[in-house]
Design a protein around this ligand. Structure first.
Ligand code: NAD
Ligand code: UGA
Length: 483
């Protein structure tokens, strides 16, 4: 191959850019990795000597950062320096759903990708491989190539040339390091075989050759959207069946186990929960919907849009069940929320089901005490757009008349005093080991446990004399313990 790789740059030090480059740096110690971000606070956090203060929480990440940072992995805000010296540039910036203008509500907002491409066009030197790591609409590579070829017309264009590749990321938050270290596959889409081979060679350092797939660039872009759409569709499918379980007397865990044994279906991704969250499922499906609509495939668009619609319905369903079980009113009732992250082992709350469910409960007048081991109270405030209140559970007539409730954060689990209900929304390990007997003694009577993640110890909850509602468990219907 005619061009060797030494310096790698990644634009965007987020949930993908940070862990991805860290693992690459760990595996390819002879290469140098620079991650650049315009967010100074984020870069400062990545450079914090105290590794518990990294901007994102991922099991195993701290150890890798300790091994690589300032050796062959560097976090910086110096865009120009990073791009200038890079042989390969990964674009790993955010691509949220557009909020206004053409395609608003469905299409991806590519302004950060475009800005990155313009910076690359401006500062790069010699030949540069530009890699789409962000999840992008199909045919974005064309847009990037066009920006790279046409921006900065004053500079000596002969000095620079580019190969654009698609190399989407399939990591899941919470298991990102494991996913990056032993991926199911690495996908490289492109036209320039030389560039594809070089990127493939870097991955071969630690990924078995048969797991590195080469495709055309459009297949690679579409495969990423399709992968997320299929995964989200599975979650919506199982959640829709959980509602049927509840009214028929079936149990969703038993149904999942039974269907998962079929090798054609498989057992993974069949856990019913409070509705899928995370920054990508919804936006990537909506992106697919937009693409289908754009090409006049309205039936295809409608099919995929239903996956998002039923997810929203499912989240609303949980809050209304809580209200119904608590005698139709939760005004001034203290309710404990266990977990705010969109899944366990991450501090990410983007699109977390907890946001909608907590908002609905607060609007119904509840007084929430929210616990999460990794999410900060300021993040919760930002998501709820409601300020926390200092005092919770002060019973008086005037507050009884207040329509809207309130919320407070707690970082320990000694919070059950006077609570009318506990709602489990994230499957953090520590919620599996709650001493329900101890908790129940402090709670109001009658009190409820609502488990949307199937993690509480059913026997202990029942022995403690608490009412239990498990998502998708119709078999509980006639077995409630009377208090
Ligand atoms: P993120 O918001 O955590 O990080 C993006 C970062 O890019 C931010 O820190 C932002 O400041 C920075 N940025 C934006 N414009 C910039 C510019 N011009 N120059 C330098 N920095 C810039 O986003 P994320 O979760 O890391 O996702 C990034 C992309 O990866 C998205 O397209 C997403 O769909 C995709 N993806 C995400 C995941 C995931 O689990 N989060 C998994 C696979 C793929
Ligand atoms: C998802 C995909 O799994 C990754 O492959 C992809 O790279 C990533 O999106 C992305 O493009 O951003 P992530 O969102 O981090 O990863 O987490 P998942 O494990 O997929 O969970 C997504 C949501 O579905 C969570 O809210 C989770 O609780 C929920 N879920 C997942 C269930 O309710 N049940 C399940 O069985 C699985």
């Amino acid at each position: 191959m005619s061009f060797s790789i030494k310096n790698i740059c990644c634009i965007g030090a987020g949930f993908v850019g940070g862990p991805t480059m860290a693992v690459m740096a760990d595996k390819c110690s002879d290469l140098s990795f620079h991650i650049v971000d315009i967010n100074e606070e984020r870069i400062a956090a990545w450079n914090n000597a105290d590794l518990s203060k990294l901007p994102i929480f991922e099991p195993g990440l701290e150890e890798i950062i300790a091994r690589t940072r300032n050796k062959n992995l560097f976090f910086t805000t110096k865009v120009k320096d990073c791009i200038e010296s890079a042989d390969i540039i990964f674009i790993s910036v955010n691509t949220p759903t557009k909020l206004k203008g053409l395609g608003a509500g469905k299409a991806s907002d590519l302004k950060w990708v475009e800005a990155s491409a313009r910076e690359v066009a401006r500062f790069s030197k010699g030949h540069t491989i530009v890699v789409e790591k962000s999840t992008l609409p199909v045919r974005t590579a064309e847009v990037i190539q066009s920006i790279l070829n046409n921006v900065d017309s004053n500079s000596m264009r002969t000095d620079k040339s580019f190969s654009v590749l698609s190399n989407p990321e399939f990591l899941s938050e919470g298991t990102a390091i494991k996913d990056l270290e032993s991926p199911d596959r690495v996908l490289i889409g492109g036209e320039d075989e030389n560039a594809m081979g070089l990127l493939g060679q870097m991955y071969k350092t630690w990924v078995p050759e048969d797991k590195i797939l080469f495709t055309n660039i459009w297949s690679s872009e579409l495969a990423k959207l399709t992968s997320n759409a299929f995964l989200a569709q599975r979650v919506s499918s199982i959640n829709s069946i959980s509602a049927i379980c509840e009214v028929t007397g079936a149990d969703i865990r038993e149904v999942s186990r039974a269907i998962g044994k079929d090798k054609r279906i498989g057992s993974k991704f069949l856990d019913s929960g409070p509705g899928f969250g995370g920054s990508c499922f919804k936006k990537d499906i909506l992106n697919l919907v937009y693409l289908a609509e754009y090409y006049g495939l309205s039936e295809v668009a409608n099919f995929w849009e239903e996956v998002v619609k039923i997810n929203k319905w499912h989240q609303t369903r949980i809050a209304s069940i809580v209200v119904k079980k608590l005698f139709g009113t939760i005004t001034q009732k203290k309710i404990i929320i266990l977990g705010f992250a969109f899944k366990a082992n991450t501090n990410d709350t983007r699109e977390s089901a907890a946001i909608k469910i907590c908002k609905d409960l607060i609007l119904e007048g509840a007084e929430l005490v929210i616990h999460d081991p990794k999410v900060s109270p300021s993040q919760i405030e930002n998501d709820l757009q409601i300020k926390p209140s200092a005092e919770i559970y002060e019973e008086n007539e005037s507050s009884l008349n207040n329509q809207i409730g309130k919320w407070q954060f707690s970082n320990d689990l000694n919070i059950f005093n006077n609570a009318h209900a506990v709602v489990v929304l994230t499957e953090w390990q520590e919620y599996r080991n709650i001493e329900w007997d101890y908790a129940a003694k402090q709670m109001a009577r009658p009190a409820w446990v609502f488990d949307s993640r199937s993690i509480v110890n059913v026997d202990l909850v029942k022995k403690a004399g608490l009412n239990l509602w498990c998502l998708g468990d119709g078999s509980q219907k006639n077995k409630k313990i009377k208090i």
